[in-house]
Design a protein around this ligand. Structure first.
Ligand code: SAH
Ligand code: SF4
Ligand code: F3S
Length: 457
């Protein structure tokens, strides 16, 4: 049987032939997490191979693609609004409209698309993204609608073209899917079971990124520390091997699961000088009762013990986290436990979410849903605490010298350069073009909530 990816390259060539000389443009909306963004980079790679070039102006695009997310409700409202806006452009311009990503793995969403938005040309899921060239070819040839969603776990396909968004930092997906089934979460249903890429494929990709000049790598997966490279090769082995790659200066990873954060990973973080010392450790809730119903499989105490262990073993370690407020049955006391953990750990960054009911998840069926106004009131209290901590933490940076990976010109102030510290804080400072994509020492002179200001030494 012909290799699936070779077959797709043939379709890319066929579409490219059809498109030649037409100067066609595409626009892409990426609505989800970093994995979704990494998928979008592959979608862009395929589209460019087919003769489309990228535009930020949707109105002038001949091909529009939405890469969707369904982890929270507001993403859905946003998508349907945007699809509605596309109707006229399609009629006037004949723009091809493709919708892909996690939300397309949900049957009720695809049904709604067929019923209310019949003008969508291509619907594809997370397991069939690589077949986009074939789908586009059929649309161009036959002009009838295509739905290409499968419900079984997709295979891992290597070798798709990729067009990256950034020239300094790159994301590398190391595993797909999730086996954890936290009771609030839709991801395991739309991304399937865990499948790890081969270590050799991952290392080859990072080596080639290093040779292209990339300095920072983020290893991606829903639960990276259950990475299984085969023959006993674990996430800690991967960290060590990536750390050896010349040219790469910074290694980050998202997300590990606290229940799987074993000593071998902590030891690897200590040993590997390039691994960032800000660890993203999703808490979700500080209450052992809530954590149990969430199926997180750790308690408040186990989480705090893990943080303490890491603080002891890893010099200068700091943490970021994800927290959900208003999970079904969350009492005032449970919420106080969350605030308590936030105070104790003193996170550098907290991604805060209001619990959102997801069709098909166990938590959606729980009867003790927390009223909206209580969720919002708790969210505001958590936000106030987090912001006061960030302000305090930022002060500690003033006068320190930070190694900053320079990413480019600041979007808000073109005269300034922007980069990030090891702890992922944005730093802006005056500097020369040639520092871009270098790691340089910067003295922090002031703090401004969401960024620090610095000076060259
Ligand atoms: N696998 C990762 C991240 C998954 S999604 C992890 O376990 O950490 C990113 C974040 O979205 C989660 O960490 C969680 O905080 C949030 N999230 C997931 N489902 C949610 C829901 N139904 N409502 C609100 N937030 C949710
Ligand atoms: Fe969702 Fe939990 Fe899996 Fe993260 S670990 S993707 S929160 S089920
Ligand atoms: Fe990511 Fe959203 Fe899918 S968070 S895995 S794009 S549901």
């Amino acid at each position: 049987m012909k290799n699936e990816i070779d077959a797709q390259y043939e379709y890319m060539e066929k579409v490219n032939k059809i498109n030649t000389g037409k100067n066609l443009k595409y626009a892409i909306y990426t609505m989800g997490c970093q994995l979704n963004e990494n998928d979008s980079e592959k979608i862009c790679g395929m589209l460019e191979n087919m003769g489309y070039s990228k535009t930020e102006e949707v109105a002038s695009a001949d091909f529009v693609i939405f890469n969707t997310c369904c982890v929270r409700e507001n993403a859905e409202d946003k998508l349907f609004g945007k699809i509605g806006e596309m109707k006229r452009q399609k009629e006037e311009r004949g723009t091809i409209l493709a919708i892909g990503g996690c939300m397309m793995q949900e049957k009720h969403i695809v049904d709604k698309l067929h019923k209310s938005y019949p003008f969508v040309d291509i619907i594809f899921g997370t397991h069939t993204m690589h077949k986009l060239p074939e789908d586009i070819y059929h649309i161009l040839e036959r002009k009838n609608k295509i739905e290409d969603v499968i419900d079984i776990d997709g295979e891992i396909y290597e070798g798709l073209p990729i067009k990256r968004n950034d020239a300094t930092k790159a994301s590398v997906t190391i595993m797909y899917g999730c086996n954890n089934f936290c009771t609030y979460c839709i991801v395991p249903y739309v991304r399937g079971r865990e499948r790890s890429r081969k270590p050799s494929d991952i290392l080859k990709e990072i080596e080639s990124l290093a040779s292209e000049g990339y300095k920072e790598i983020t290893l991606l997966g829903q639960n990276v520390n259950s990475y299984d490279g085969g023959n006993g090769y674990k996430f800690s082995d991967l960290l060590r091997d990536v750390n050896k790659i010349e040219g790469i200066e910074k290694i980050r990873f998202v997300s590990p699961h606290p229940k799987d954060f074993k000593d071998d990973v902590i030891d690897a973080i200590c040993e590997c000088d390039k691994v960032s010392k800000i660890i993203h450790l999703p808490l979700q809730s500080g209450s052992s009762n809530v954590l149990k119903v969430m199926n997180r499989r750790y308690t408040k105490e186990q989480y705090l013990d893990l943080v303490e262990k890491m603080k002891k073993k890893i010099p200068n370690v700091v943490f970021s986290t994800d927290i959900i407020v208003g999970f079904p049955g969350e009492t005032e006391e449970d919420f106080e436990d969350t605030l308590d953990v936030v105070r104790k750990v003193n996170f550098e960054q907290v991604f805060m979410f209001i619990y959102s009911r997801r069709v098909g998840t166990p938590a959606d069926k729980m009867e003790n849903q927390v009223p909206e106004e209580i969720k919002h009131e708790r969210f505001d209290r958590l936000k106030a605490l987090v912001e006061s901590q960030i302000e305090e933490n930022n002060k500690k940076y003033i006068g320190t010298i930070q190694k900053v990976l320079v990413e480019g010109r600041s979007k808000n102030n073109i005269d300034m350069l922007t980069g990030r510290t090891d702890s992922n804080k944005v730093v802006i400072f005056e500097g020369k073009e040639e520092w871009i994509n270098q790691v340089i020492d910067i003295k922090i002179v002031s703090e401004h909530m969401w960024y620090l200001k610095g000076e060259i030494l």
